[in-house]
Design a binder for this molecule. Structure first.
Ligand code: PGA
Length: 258
């Protein structure tokens, strides 16, 4: 059975002091953390401090982006080698905010996925349709294209370690999540596409998250579905008081339905 994985995406929130404060608060509630894989994708500058303070907690660290090259003349960028040196295990790739505001396309995202695997990082590949694409009933086409192009040349032995986050763009930060049923339909489609590109077994082992306005009071609606293994959480991950109940509800819903 696939294990639950819940990831926080802090985006451009939290100074080093605020990040430390979050971890202090989390440590105080440590006994309430259910057993699940937890990841905090934090701003680069907070990662060294977090990697020291998270030592005894069952929480892994992720970056929110990276360049694909090992090093080079790319002003302002961070390389996979730099992340690996810090002991970072996960990296979000292709978040819709990167696609929209920083013009990342599927080609760049493909380079990043390949680089993540090369450096032993687990990519959390974000895909999802815009509102206009949804209204035009193009969700399935968009998902298929994003997956195919992002995974070009990714070898079979790597694919089981991939995490795909289905994040409909219109649901992110809008307070308007997808329905569990719709999210699961797309999660299932993602597995079908992976099954075609790789194998059914790879598809059944790979983990798929839902992201977009996930909160403690709606995560159960997603986790009760078979194809959804976890969530990528923005706003509700910023405070321990909202993130901890979300984790507990999510894990409880999966346990109740498996
Ligand atoms: P949200 O963000 O939970 O605030 O909607 C999710 C994301 O962008 O990953």
């Amino acid at each position: 059975m696939r294990s639950v994985i819940i990831a926080a995406n802090w985006k451009m929130h939290k100074t080093i002091m605020e990040a430390e404060d979050f971890i202090d608060r989390l440590k105080k509630e440590e006994d309430k953390l259910p057993s699940a894989q937890l990841v905090i994708c934090a701003p680069y500058i907070t990662l060294p401090v977090l990697s020291a303070s998270l030592e005894n907690l069952q929480v892994s660290l992720g970056a929110q982006n990276m360049h694909w090259a090992k090093e080079g003349a790319y002003t302002g960028e961070i390389s996979p080698l730099m992340l690996r040196e810090l002991g970072i295990r996960y990296v979000i790739v292709g978040h819709s905010e990167r696609r929209l505001y920083f013009k990342e396309d599927n080609q760049m995202i493909n380079y990043k996925v390949l680089a993540a695997f090369e450096y032993g990082l687990t990519p959390i590949l974000c895909i999802g349709e815009t509102e206009a694409e949804r209204r035009g009933r193009r969700t399935a086409d968009v998902i298929e294209r994003q997956l195919r192009e992002a995974l070009r040349d990714v070898p079979q032995e790597a694919i089981r370690n991939l995490i795909v986050a289905y994040e409909p763009v219109w649901a992110i930060g809008s307070g308007n999540p997808a329905s569990g049923e719709d999210a699961n339909r797309v999660a299932h489609l993602i597995r079908e596409i992976i099954g075609t590109l790789y194998s059914e077994e790879d598809a059944s082992r790979m983990r798929v998250q839902y992201g977009g306005s996930v909160k403690a009071d709606n995560i159960g609606e997603f986790m009760r579905y078979a194809d959804i293994d976890g969530a990528l959480v923005g706003g509700a991950s910023l405070e321990v008081s909202s993130f901890l109940p979300l984790i507990r509800e999510g894990v409880a819903a999966k346990e109740a339905n498996s």
